[in-house]
Each structure stands twice: as structure tokens, then as C-alpha cells.
Design a protein around this ligand. Sequence first.
Ligand SMILES: NC(=O)c1ccc[n+]([C@@H]2O[C@H](COP(=O)([O-])OP(=O)(O)OC[C@H]3O[C@@H](n4cnc5c(N)ncnc54)[C@H](O)[C@@H]3O)[C@@H](O)[C@H]2O)c1
Ligand SMILES: [Zn+2]
Length: 327
Amino acid sequence: VTDRNVAGTPHLGRLTTSFARAGVTAEIVTIEPGEAAKSWRGIEELCERILALGIDRRTVIVALGGGVIGDLAGFAAAILLRGLDVVQIPTTLLAQVDSSVGGKTGINSPQGKNLIGAFHQPRRVLIDPTVLLDLPGRELRAGYAELVKHALIRDSGLFEWLEENGPACLGGDVERMTTAIARSVSVKVEIVSRDEHEISGERALLNFGHTFAHAFETQAGYSSRLLHGEAVALGMAAAYALSVRLGLCPGQEAGRARAHLRAAGLPNRPAELGLAFPPEATLAAMRKDKKVAGGQLVFVLTRGIGMAELCPGVPEAEVLALLAADA
Ligand SMILES: NC(=O)c1ccc[n+]([C@@H]2O[C@H](COP(=O)([O-])OP(=O)(O)OC[C@H]3O[C@@H](n4cnc5c(N)ncnc54)[C@H](O)[C@@H]3O)[C@@H](O)[C@H]2O)c1
Ligand SMILES: [Zn+2]
């Protein structure tokens, strides 16, 4: 399963050639690119097209593409014939460091992002950083936001390394990018393996920046006006500012995190992207997000670089004041 953009790169041909050499029968299902595919209609169409190929329980679904393909094909694999094996071959940086790893699959609802889905671990995740060389720069930077996120949550050593080497990674240095991806993925793997189904709360740390991000994306209509990774950068910058505001985090640490995002060409505030979100509307979108526990907003905040923690019961007034000040 791939999308039309990825089908236009040499990667699909490389994959089908290698299947042919191995004597594996493969069918290609190509869908239109874009977040809109992650919908009831999108999953219905994909499942029907796959069923029409005459699959059986030994069929393996291969997701070749970005996070949209990984989430959608992964969800199809979770429900087709009550569960087929899936192999993730992520082709965006975001998908390589984040969505292909950890087993979350699913689609969006008009009520919010990723509200319908299943945990369905891939059999394999194959990450080839050279596929990033033909990724548009804006997509690369957006994925970098999720890469940095893992450093900001739990790996201050990686953050320091990125302060030094991040610009070279983004400039096409494949060797250093490979190191960055491997280190970032290990943070995620470690967290997910301790709390696969987000029960103890540890896995929820991976939502750092995401309560804000989803609220911004909802208002931007999940469109190309605001990529997911860009929304995550805004969300992490806001989470740092809120952490400082609540006296959790020293201003200097927040300054370092925000400066690194900026150095990577990522925004700190919506206005930098020409966007404006009314604080009340952002808060209303947050209340609808799935990270609301017992009617209380739950944020992932931080005590510094590499020190994220779950914070229930953040006063809404503080969130509103922050949103107004940091627009
Ligand atoms: N399951 C999870 O744990 C998880 C985690 C983070 C994000 N996500 C989801 O991931 C999605 C975003 O993923 P994304 O940013 O990869 O978006 P995407 O899949 O839409 O890919 C971005 C764009 O890049 C194109 N593309 C992909 N690979 C390419 C390549 N090698 N060369 C040229 N173009 C290429 C795609 O066609 C698309 O137009 C969101 O739906 C988000 O909710 C899921
Ligand atoms: Zn994300």
C-alpha cells in the first residue's frame, strides 16, 4: 500500500523488484496522498480494494509511505480477516522516527484526530534514510520535530548532539541522519516497550506537544497550511512556555529548546506561519481531545531538556493566558 507521490519515486520499483527476485507475489494498491485518506471512507475503500485482490490469512500488508500510509494500511492490517501481519517501510522522516514504530494505527474522526484505531505491532520496520533525499524540505523539517521530541522527552545527550549535528542532518548528511534516527527511535522503543497500551502513563509522554498540536491542527482543518510536525513544533514550544509559566522549568532550558526548533526552520509561534488561533477555540479543541482524563486537561510538561512529565489538572486560565501571550 502506497500513495501516488511515493509511487512516483524509485522506491516502489526497488521494492517490487526485490519481491520478484525473492519469488513473492505482490499487488500494489496506490491511494491519493493526504491526510483525508485517514477517514472512514478511506479505510473502507482500502479494505475493499485489498479484499478484492483475494487475500488470505498469510497475506502480509506492506505500508510503503509516510505516516498517513502507515496509519491507514496498519489499521487495515489490524482489521482485515481479524488481523494480518504488517511490515512498515516508512518513507518520511516523521514516519521513520515516529509513526512506523510502536503499533498505533488508525484514522481521524470529525470529532478529532486519530480517535479510531487499533494497536497493531508491525512484524518489521525497515528504515532506509536514503529515501529522505527526495523528500520536500518542509516535510523533512516537520519530521525533524518528532525526532527532536524524543530527545526533549528523555535524552538530553541526544539533544546536545542534535544542537551540534542537526543542521547537517537536515542538509542531507545521510550518515549523521542515520545516527539521529537510530537514537531517536531507541527512545521511543524504550518508552513503548514499558507501556505498550498507554496504561501506566509512560507512553503518554510521547504526546509531548501534542495536546496543543492537535488543537491547532483541528483549527487548520488538517490541511497543508499546517503539517503535523509543524504543529508538534508549535506544541512543544508552547509546552515549554507553559512549563516556565507554571514554575516547573527554568527559562534557560525552554530557551534552548525553542532556539533549536527555530534553528531547524521550525516555528515557535503560530504567527510565524501566518496563522492565528483564538485561545478560546484552541482550549475548546483541547477539551475534545482524547487526552482529557475525567474532564481534566492532561498536559505533558517538562522540567528541562529530557525531563518531560505528565501533568493533570493544569488550570485552564493558565493555558488561556499562555495562548494569548505566545500567539
Ligand atoms: N501512529 C503513530 O504513532 C503516529 C505518530 C505520529 C504521526 N502519525 C500520523 O502520521 C501522519 C503524518 O505522517 P507524514 O508526515 O509522514 O505524512 P504523509 O504520509 O502525508 O507524507 C507527507 C507527504 O510526503 C510524501 N512522501 C512520502 N514519502 C516521500 C518520499 N520519500 N519522497 C517524496 N515524497 C514523499 C507523501 O506522499 C505526502 O505527500 C499523520 O496522520 C499523523 O497522525 C502517527
Ligand atoms: Zn506526532
